[in-house]
Design a protein around this ligand. Structure first.
Ligand code: C5P
Length: 222
C-alpha cells in the first residue's frame, strides 16, 4: 500500500479516460481503465449469448475474463480471448451493456481482485466510478470530474462525427443521462464522490488545464 494511487471518478463522457491517461504519462505511472473491464465482460456475454440479467453467469465470465492490455508499440489496444476488441470496446452499445452488467454485485466482486492487481510500482492512475470510494479507498489523491450533460453530449457527438459516425445530439444526451442515473442510483458502488475527493468541473476547461490542475494538486500532496 506504499504504492501511490490517484483516482479519477466521474460520469460518462466527463473526460476521465483522457485525463487519467495524461496524468499517468506525465508521472510515468500505470493506468487502470476500470470501465474497460465491465465493457469486456459485456462483450464476452454477447459472444456467449449470456443474458445481461443472469447475474451468476455474468460473474463467472468476469471471474475468468481473459483480457490483455497492450503496452509499448501496442499501447491503447485491448484483446479479449486473443481477439482485438479495441474498436468494439468504445462503441455506445458496449457502454450501455457495461452499465447493465456492472449493476450486479457478484460481477463487481468478481472484478475486485483484478483491479487491485494493477497497483504496481511506481504508481497507478485509476479511472472509473468507484475507484476512490470502493477499490482504492486509501488513494493518495482522489479527483471527481464533472461536466454539464450538454457539454458531455457535445463532446461525444464531436468524437463520433470525427469518426464518420452520424448521431443525434439529443439522443446522445438522453442516453448518457439514462446511464448516469443508473450508475448513481444502483445500490452497490454507486457513482458518487468520495468524502475526501477534490471536485473538478471541466465544462469550461481544456484538457491541458485539467491536467495542470490535477498535477498541481499532486505536487501539494507529496
Ligand atoms: O467509463 P466507461 O464509460 O467505460 O464505463 C462503462 C460503464 O461501466 C459505466 O456506465 C458504468 O456503468 C460501468 N462502470 C462501473 N464502475 C467502474 C467503471 C465503469 O460501474 N469503476
Amino acid at each position: 500500500a506504499d504504492i501511490p494511487v490517484i483516482t479519477v471518478d466521474g460520469p460518462t463522457a466527463s473526460g476521465k479516460g483522457t485525463l487519467a491517461a495524461e496524468i499517468a504519462a506525465a508521472l510515468g505511472y500505470g493506468l487502470l481503465d476500470s470501465g474497460a473491464l465491465y465493457r469486456a465482460t459485456g462483450i464476452a456475454a454477447m459472444w456467449d449469448g449470456v443474458s445481461p440479467d443472469d447475474e451468476a453467469a455474468l460473474a463467472t465470465l468476469a471471474e475468468g475474463l481473459d483480457l490483455r492490455f497492450g503496452d509499448g508499440a501496442d499501447a491503447g489496444r485491448t484483446w479479449l480471448r486473443g481477439r482485438d476488441i479495441t474498436d468494439e470496446l468504445r462503441l455506445e452499445t458496449s457502454g450501455l451493456m457495461a452499465s447493465r452488467v456492472s449493476a450486479w454485485p457478484a460481477v463487481r466482486a468478481a472484478l475486485h481482485a483484478l483491479q487491485l492487481s494493477f497497483r504496481r510500482a511506481p504508481g497507478l492512475v485509476a479511472d472509473g466510478r468507484d475507484m476512490g470510494t470502493v477499490i482504492f479507498p486509501d488513494a493518495a489523491l482522489k479527483v471527481f470530474l464533472t461536466a454539464s450533460a450538454q457539454e458531455r453530449a457535445a463532446r461525444r457527438h464531436k468524437q463520433l462525427i470525427s469518426k464518420g459516425i452520424s448521431a443525434s445530439l439529443a439522443d446522445l444526451r438522453a442516453d448518457l443521462e439514462a446511464r448516469d442515473l443508473r450508475d448513481r442510483s444502483r445500490s452497490v458502488s454507486p457513482l458518487k464522490p468520495a468524502e475526501d475527493a477534490l471536485m473538478l468541473d471541466n465544462s469550461a476547461l481544456s484538457i491541458e488545464d485539467s491536467v495542470a490542475q490535477v498535477l498541481a494538486w499532486w505536487q501539494q500532496r507529496r
